[in-house]
Design a protein around this ligand. Structure first.
Ligand code: ADP
Ligand code: MG
Length: 278
């Protein structure tokens, strides 16, 4: 596998008035492999959104380099190529929808990069189908639920035919049903080959990724598979991150002498494993 995102010694500082600086990213390096599913977790203010915006060129590094498909985000002439190959979906769907009709909204990105009208129509239909919103094509986005709006925002990202989509806490404002729908779509997109970076503060969502990167105070403090990361319960608690319910339950059962293999992570795996015990 080759890398689609490469971050080298990234430092990002927000400059406020009176020359006051906030260092939001403090020396981060890692790569994301094509086709992988990575979750990024960290408490509020740890730098997750700043990192994501540095990847798709909404912010430019103070120091260090970010490459997307080999293109340096500092290169102005590549900015549209970068945004086309690496799309972003944000937390608040209301801030992402720009048109008064669903299909126009999904067409907005491709129109901006000059995709031919016939091709746009195909892409809009396919993207709406991928998120299960094809029957809402001619509806007004403001009449939809939060989860439906978020699905339209995702369709907009899909219509750009990206290699990678960064989801920045896409379920944070949704109810449990909306959250499940969005997670199902994200998993489906990954299964179809899109590289997924999911920023979330829900550990259960992160458990679905192949890799979890944990951020704290602008730094990467842990990077590994869900199995490896959830094992470090004391460390996670020390930086105020909740260990998933399943991991906590596993740890308590183990303490009482019930052996549970390391690979049992999700609730389903746990139920299946416990039910087959004699
Ligand atoms: P997260 O997404 O993990 O909550 P952010 O990337 O939003 O973290 O923020 C990281 C740090 O940068 C925080 O200290 C935050 O206050 C600061 N910050 C974020 N956005 C801005 C901004 N537009 N101007 C100044 N400081 C900011
Ligand atoms: Mg954020």
């Amino acid at each position: 596998m080759s890398e689609i995102i490469k971050i080298e010694n990234l430092i990002f500082e927000y400059i406020k008035e009176e020359e006051e600086k906030t260092r939001a990213i403090d020396g981060v390096s890692f790569s994301i492999e094509k086709g992988s599913f990575t979750a990024i977790i960290g408490k509020n203010g740890s730098g997750k959104s700043t990192l994501a915006k540095n990847v798709n060129g909404l912010l430019i590094p103070t120091e260090g380099v970010v490459y997307v498909n080999g293109m340096d985000t500092k290169d102005d002439s590549k900015i549209w190529d970068i945004r086309q190959s690496c799309g972003m979906v944000f937390q608040n769907p209301d801030n992402q929808l720009v048109s008064s009709i669903v299909e126009d909204d999904v067409a907005f990105g491709p129109e901006n990069i000059g995709v031919a009208p016939a091709e746009i129509r195909t892409r809009v239909d396919e993207a709406l189908k991928a998120v299960g919103m094809e029957s809402f094509k001619t509806k007004a986005p403001h009449l939809l639920s939060g989860g439906q709006k978020q699905r339209i925002a995702i369709a907009g990202a899909i219509a750009m035919k990206p290699d990678c989509i960064i989801f920045d806490e896409p379920t944070a404002m949704l109810d449990p049903k909306g959250r499940d729908e969005i997670m199902n779509i994200i998993q489906k997109l990954h299964a179809e080959g899109i590289t997924v970076v999911l920023i979330t503060h829900f550990m259960e969502e992160a458990a679905k990724a192949d890799r979890i990167i944990i951020m704290d105070e602008g730094k990467v403090v842990l990077d590994g598979s869900p199995v490896d990361v959830f094992e470090k319960r004391d460390f996670l608690k020390s930086i105020n991150l909740d260990v998933p319910f399943e991991a906590e339950l596993c740890a308590r059962l183990r303490k009482r002498g019930i052996e549970i293999p390391k690979e049992v992570i999700t609730l389903d795996e746990m139920v299946n494993y416990l039910c087959q015990l004699k």
